[in-house]
Structure formats: structure tokens, C-alpha cells
Design a protein around this ligand. Structure first.
Ligand code: AMP
Ligand code: MG
Length: 345
């Protein structure tokens, strides 16, 4: 049985938070909203609790977890060799959608860090997540609350449908503002490296800590170039439908997709196109609009992929987006959900 709490972030029911915090303190699992995606949490310092996260998600055990904290002082309990750049990033971007990788202290079980000698730490800004973390007074390991490989949930109803009865508690707390998982920044060396792009962009980071590199493996589907962030090697963000990214000039993209849709109709394959609101009228078949700008696309993308599955589409075509700002994170997730299948219009 899963204990469900519905919490309004504008009027937080502290009693419900207490009940869910108690579940975590007893070494069990609770799903809660964050500003990125919903997280599936357990006490990061308790190996048995952390094991339950991997079981609930069906996650490979070498894929490390992000540890969520309420208070910056907790970083000192979990990590060592904290550089000046790490302090600058924490001061500027926390609480918020960026995770930092630091050398771990022994207190962090190797199950939490996927066997690595580093630990990933984040201070979320979502007020429900903050209340819960404050109440538990524990560092909480929390990967995205999806079955491994599936798109991450950004809406309460999707969490409930996918995870009810797989965890001990669920807090339903509305839609996630950013909608893509946090930026992951490796700060264990002098030159910081982005291991996973997110809403805090390379440009945002460089304005605070100078030169930042992007892990070259991120934009390459060749498995021989090994991703530095372990989780990035796995199949990810995949709906049941076959996803294709269609790139090129807007009008050509629409024409190409319309042609493909009529071919699919003949084959009795159900097709949907993900597009910007302004392009909707260019498409003849079914569409799901992603919004008007890159921030809205980020917030709506996983929801759109999950909707495509619920509506039982066989094929999803999506427009492509410029790799600037949060566009880089959007394209990273899209390329993975499409298994790198790109159609040039
Ligand atoms: P999730 O919580 O599902 O968004 O996944 C967390 C991701 O953070 C992992 O899949 C890794 O890509 C990354 N990560 C977590 N811990 C580490 C670490 N110690 N070193 C490098 N990457 C990490
Ligand atoms: Mg995930």
C-alpha cells in the first residue's frame, strides 16, 4: 500500500509532510515533487533504504543517485575537497536545478554513489521538497520517479499511474516548473565538466566560474566514447512509440512530416507530431504542442512523450530545437528518446 498525500505548494499541509517524512525516517521510499521532475526518495545514508529505490525503479545498480539536501552545511557531511568553484556554484544557483559532483566521504554508502568515490548533491528549490527535507533532517537520495528507461514524470497523475504500489509514499504536488532533470556538473577537477545538460546552462555557469567543458560523449551516439556520468549510457526517456527528430527549415520539416504521416496512415500506423505552438497549423495530422519558447518546451517535453504513449501512438515525429541555452538539454533528451534517429527534411 502506498500512502498518498495531495499537497498544495501555496498552502502546505505540515501534518501530511510530517507523515511522509516519518516514512523516510523509517527507511522507506517516498516520491515527492521537485522543480525539475518528481523524485523517488530514500535516506541516502541507509543502504537498505537506497536498495528500495533501485528495486522500485528497476534501475541498474551502477547508476548513481543524486543526494538532495535542505541546508548547505550538509555538503560538508557528505563530501570533501570542496573547491572555491563549488562554493561559487552553490552560492549562485542553489536552491535550484543543478547537481554538483564532489569527492565523497565514507559516510555515503557505495550503493548511493553507484560504486564511485564521488557523490552527486543538489539542493532543490521546490517548496514541498524543501519542507520534506527539512522535516526529515536527512540527506535524501532521489532519482527521477520513473521506471528505469521511461520518460521522467513531471505531472502528479503520471507519477501515480506509474508508481502507485511500487513505493511507500507519494506526495502529489502539481506540475514541475523546469520539467527536465538537473544539470550535472563535475567539480572534482580544476576544469568543471557538464555531465548532463539541464536548465542551468553552460553560459549561466561560465558567467560565474569561467571556462566549463561539456562531456564530449553527450552528443555522440558512439558507445565507444564512454559517458563520464554512468547513467547517461543507458537507454533513456523512451516512450513505447518510435520517436524521430525531423530537422531543417520549418516549412520543409512540416512538408516532410505531412508526407510521412500520409504514408503511415496507409500502413495504419498512428502518428503524432510534437511542435511549437506557432507551427501547429502547418501540420495535417495529430499534434501535441510543446509551447512557445524553449523554456516551455523543456517544461512540457516529458509530459508530451508520456501523453503520446497514453494515446497509443505508434510513431512520434518531433521538431528539432537550437542547441542554445536550455535547447542543449532539450536536444540531449530528445536524441536519447529517439535513439538518435534523425530525419533531414
Ligand atoms: P536521475 O537521478 O535519475 O536524474 O539520475 C542521476 C544521474 O546523475 C545519474 O544517472 C548520473 O548520470 C548522474 N550522477 C549521479 N551521481 C554521479 C556521480 N557520482 N558521478 C557522475 N555522475 C553522477
Ligand atoms: Mg532519471
Amino acid at each position: 500500500m502506498t500512502f498518498i498525500s495531495k499537497i498544495d505548494e501555496k498552502n502546505i499541509d505540515k501534518e501530511e509532510i510530517k507523515k511522509q517524512a516519518e516514512i523516510l525516517k523509517q527507511g522507506n521510499t517516498v516520491i515527492f515533487p521537485t522543480e525539475t521532475v518528481y523524485g523517488l526518495g530514500a535516506n541516502a545514508l541507509d543502504e537498505n533504504a537506497v536498495k528500495k529505490i533501485y528495486e522500485a525503479k528497476g534501475r541498474p545498480s551502477d547508476n548513481p543517485l543524486i543526494v538532495h539536501i535542505y541546508n548547505k552545511n550538509q555538503v560538508n557531511e557528505l563530501a570533501k575537497d570542496i573547491s572555491q568553484k563549488a562554493h561559487l556554484v552553490m552560492d549562485k544557483f542553489w536552491p535550484g536545478p543543478i547537481t554538483i559532483i564532489l569527492s565523497k566521504k565514507d559516510i555515503v554508502p557505495s550503493r548511493t554513489s553507484g560504486g564511485l568515490d564521488t557523490v552527486a548533491i543538489r539542493m532543490p528549490s521546490n517548496v514541498i521538497a524543501r519542507e520534506l527535507l527539512k522535516e526529515t533532517n536527512l540527506p535524501i537520495a532521489a532519482p527521477s520517479a520513473n521506471i528505469s528507461g521511461r520518460p521522467s514524470p513531471t505531472r502528479g497523475n503520471h507519477v501515480y499511474e506509474e508508481m502507485n504500489n511500487r513505493v511507500d509514499g507519494i506526495i502529489l504536488g502539481g506540475d514541475c516548473t523546469f520539467g527536465l532533470e538537473s544539470t550535472v556538473l563535475d567539480l572534482t577537477n580544476d576544469l568543471p565538466i557538464i555531465l548532463r545538460p539541464g536548465s542551468v546552462t553552460k553560459e549561466n555557469l561560465e558567467s560565474v566560474i569561467g571556462k566549463v567543458e561539456i562531456d564530449p560523449a553527450l552528443e555522440n551516439k558512439d558507445d565507444n566514447i564512454k559517458a563520464k556520468a554512468p547513467g547517461m549510457k543507458y537507454k533513456h526517456y523512451s516512450p513505447n512509440a518510435d520517436v524521430f527528430i525531423v530537422c531543417g527549415d520549418e516549412k520543409k520539416v512540416a512538408k516532410r512530416i505531412n508526407n510521412l504521416v500520409s504514408e503511415n496512415n496507409i500502413k495504419e500506423l498512428r502518428t503524432v507530431t510534437l511542435c511549437l505552438l506557432k507551427n501547429k497549423s502547418l501540420y495535417e495530422g495529430d499534434t501535441i504542442t510543446l509551447g512557445e519558447n524553449l523554456e516551455e518546451v523543456a517544461a512540457n517535453l516529458f509530459n508530451a512523450l508520456i501523453m503520446a504513449d497514453k494515446e497509443k501512438y505508434d510513431i512520434v515525429y518531433t521538431e528539432s530545437f537550437p542547441k542554445i541555452g536550455v535547447g542543449r538539454a532539450i536536444m540531449n533528451r530528445l536524441l536519447k528518446s529517439a535513439g538518435y534517429k534523425i530525419i533531414e527534411a
